[in-house]
Design a protein around this ligand. Structure first.
Ligand code: RUB
Length: 319
């Protein structure tokens, strides 16, 4: 059975970063599964439908490696499919319902994180953020509307310049934003009261994987005794890290850093483009989730509560 073109479009969009940011990727993945189920045109054999959905699930998961929100979204929908029984129509409905529920809960989580996180922002705060995170922006915008934020420093976030998305997003809500180059973070840190960033993946020990440069921001904040908050939905926590799996770090094309002509001219120079880094829990003051604020060391509790059901399957070799 052919894969619907709309599903291929979403997969390509995630790969090329037209769709980017861990939460958006997760919702797009759920949407892709929903579209695939709705457009299934195979036989009435439920087994064929399940196989088809597994193919789609694998395709979607393979698009980007680091943000665990992507496999978590897919696992959520596929788990619901695995528990459903009946004919193709009933299975299709199980997929559509699960995908819609994931998307709805994800959007609600971002709103809730904004409300919970804003309470942690000081009055007259100068905030620094890195990359573009919808969850971090939700905290910042909510706090700004409560009259708590004076200004926000937003890093450019080279090489992909997600800082420009942050600038646009925050400005649209009236937040005064100042763009700074990534290299100015340590210099500017003595003016900053709080750092708020997002997360792609949170490991069971509370380490946070986020856009490359986040660990440097956290290091500079630590040195200046500035508190670091990570805004993240609970589907950014990685169940596989409970059994010692490492989080794969994506390396993207060097052409995001220098043009191909430059690479051709400088054949003896290697250009590396790691897209994410790991901030150890010691450099993070708190993680703001939709269920409340936790110290990074409590990540394991969130994981056991939210993904306890998945553990047995992971131990047996995957979901
Ligand atoms: C985006 C990034 C964001 C997190 C959280 O990286 O690192 O900080 O994904 O974002 P990329 P959100 O641009 O490479 O996808 O809070 O929107 O999920």
């Amino acid at each position: 059975m052919e894969i619907p073109s709309k599903v291929l479009e979403i997969a390509e969009g995630i790969k090329t970063m037209r769709i980017r940011g861990a939460g958006k990727i997760a919702r797009a993945a759920a949407e892709a599964l929903k579209i695939a189920a709705e457009n299934y045109k195979g036989s009435n054999d439920p087994e064929e439908f399940r196989k088809y959905m597994s193919r789609i699930a694998n395709l979607v998961i393979s698009t980007r490696p680091t943000a665990v929100s992507l496999p978590n979204a897919v696992i959520y929908v596929m788990y619901n499919l695995s528990r459903a029984s009946g004919n193709v129509e009933e299975l299709r409905e199980a997929v559509v319902n699960a995908a819609e529920k994931f998307i709805e809960e994800s959007l609600n989580a971002i709103k809730k994180i904004g409300e919970i996180g804003a309470r942690r922002i000081k009055d007259n705060a100068v905030v620094l953020t890195h990359c573009h995170s919808t969850a971090a922006a939700s905290v910042i915008i909510t706090a700004y509307k409560m009259g708590k934020i004076v200004k926000v420093y937003s890093t450019e976030t080279r090489p992909f310049y997600q800082g420009r998305i942050t600038y646009k997003h925050l400005s649209e809500h009236g937040v005064p934003v100042i763009q700074i180059p990534d290299s100015a973070v340590r210099y500017i840190m003595n003016e900053v009261d709080q750092v708020v960033v997002g997360a792609d993946t949170i490991a069971s020990n509370g380490a946070v994987v986020n856009k490359i440069g986040t660990s440097q921001v956290a290091l500079a904040a630590h040195e200046a005794r500035v508190r670091v908050f990570v805004a993240a939905e609970t589907y950014k926590f990685s169940p596989a890290t409970l059994i010692g799996e490492l989080v794969p770090i994506e390396y993207r094309s060097p052409t995001e850093i220098v043009p191909q002509e430059w690479i051709d001219k400088h054949r003896n120079v290697e250009v590396l483009n790691p897209a994410f880094d790991v901030t150890p829990p010691e450099y993070i003051d708190a993680i703001i989730t939709e269920q409340g604020v936790i110290p990074p060391q409590s990540a394991i509790l969130v994981l056991l509560e939210r993904f306890g059901w998945a553990l047995e399957k992971i131990k047996q070799g995957g979901l």
